[in-house]
Design a protein around this ligand. Structure first.
Ligand SMILES: [Zn+2]
Length: 359
């Protein structure tokens, strides 16, 4: 029988480690994987395997509640800003001290812990403190993209489980196995950066090709006019809003299905606000991924320009075009770094386009 960890496509080795641990878990796990790996999904599946009386059957009420992010004993700690604050990590500690309501564990999920050391040793210390001597039935599931210096002591208190990015081919394979049209599967996989859930949303999105053309067209539409730049930012924002629609539709279908299941088995209805909070978290992650994809598309355009200019340095604008492409690529890379910590999306995009226009 496939279990809840089999749903994590292409992660057989990490899944095997999780299975090995769920029957006799330690107090803290650190799930590490490169961008594109859905570490939230991985942590959620591991939480389900820990809570489920059957070690993660994937079908029981407990599994379903955890997977939908509405189990009272599984808490994803919320971060208001883009890096962790001390009071937010204290909240994690407070939750960790609670006795679980159900028969399973009190599971505390803290994502992106690499953001806790960015210039603030106090947050790392707070996190470390809660990992020391947690109550008997508490388990921390931490996630991180990489293991930056400064987190060694935290890492040393966790069992580290590594997840790998999916290749575009394995994404295409998974989408086709679910009945997707081959061309749509290719396009969605190319824009999903190894993230299967994102690919599943994109494969239903008829406007994906249009957004791709929009990002690709930006370099040739830039001018020194501020109003033109702001017009483009507006367009990107509208594209981002539209990109959310298939995800939102999918989420409400999931909610409807859940309501029917609850009625069918006579279970207590999950409070609306719990469902909504979980869905908002996913929408936020999706939007950031969508911008990251747009930035990758923009980079490709400038990389092509750079190659062209280098191949024909004597051609029209050869050397200056090479130089301006390099400046543009650096600006995009800088925006990408900023994406993880930026609160103001419009400001970030305006800065980028203004910079590109004068590159
Ligand atoms: Zn189960």
């Amino acid at each position: 029988m496939p279990d809840v960890l089999d749903r994590l496509v292409g992660q057989a080795s990490a899944a095997e480690q999780v299975r090995h641990h769920v029957r006799r878990p330690v107090h803290a796990y650190l799930l590490v994987g490169p961008p594109g790996v859905d570490l939230h999904e991985a942590a959620t599946a591991m939480a389900a395997a820990l809570q489920c009386p059957d070690a993660g059957c994937g079908t029981c009420e407990t599994c379903r509640r955890v997977l939908e992010g509405v189990d009272a004993d599984v808490t994803v700690i919320e971060r208001a800003g883009t890096t962790w604050r001390v009071d937010e990590l204290r909240e994690a500690e407070r939750v960790a001290r609670r006795r679980p309501l159900g028969a399973g564990y009190q599971i505390v999920i803290i994502e992106d812990i690499e953001l806790s050391v960015a210039g603030a040793a106090a947050t790392a210390a707070t996190l470390l403190k809660s990992l020391e001597e947690p109550p008997e039935r508490t388990i921390f599931l931490l996630t991180a993209r990489d293991l930056p210096a400064g987190l060694e002591t935290i890492v040393s208190r966790c069992v580290v489980i590594r997840w790998r990015a999916l290749s575009p081919d394995s994404l295409v394979g998974a989408l086709e196995a679910e009945g997707a049209d081959p061309a749509a599967a290719q396009a969605a996989a190319a824009a999903a950066n190894g993230d299967l859930r994102r690919a599943r949303v994109l494969v239903r999105d008829p406007a994906l090709a249009e957004r791709l053309a929009g990002w690709r067209g930006i370099p040739s539409r830039l001018s020194g006019e501020l109003s033109a730049v702001m017009g483009l930012v507006d367009e990107i924002e509208r594209g981002l809003d539209a990109a959310m629609a298939p995800l939102v539709a999918w989420q409400s279908a999931e909610t409807a299905r859940r309501r029917e299941d609850e009625k069918a088995v006579g279970a207590r209805a999950t409070p609306r606000r719990e469902i909504e909070a979980s869905q908002r978290r996913e929408q936020r992650r999706f939007r950031v991924e969508e911008i990251a994809w747009g930035l990758r598309v923009l980079s490709e355009v400038y990389r092509d320009r750079l190659v062209e200019a280098l191949e024909d340095p004597a051609g029209p604008r050869g050397t200056s075009r090479a130089r301006s492409s390099l400046v543009a690529l650096e600006l995009i890379a800088e925006t990408h770094r900023r994406l993880a910590t930026s609160m103001d999306e419009v400001l970030m995009l305006s800065d980028l386009l203004i910079g590109l226009a004068s590159a």
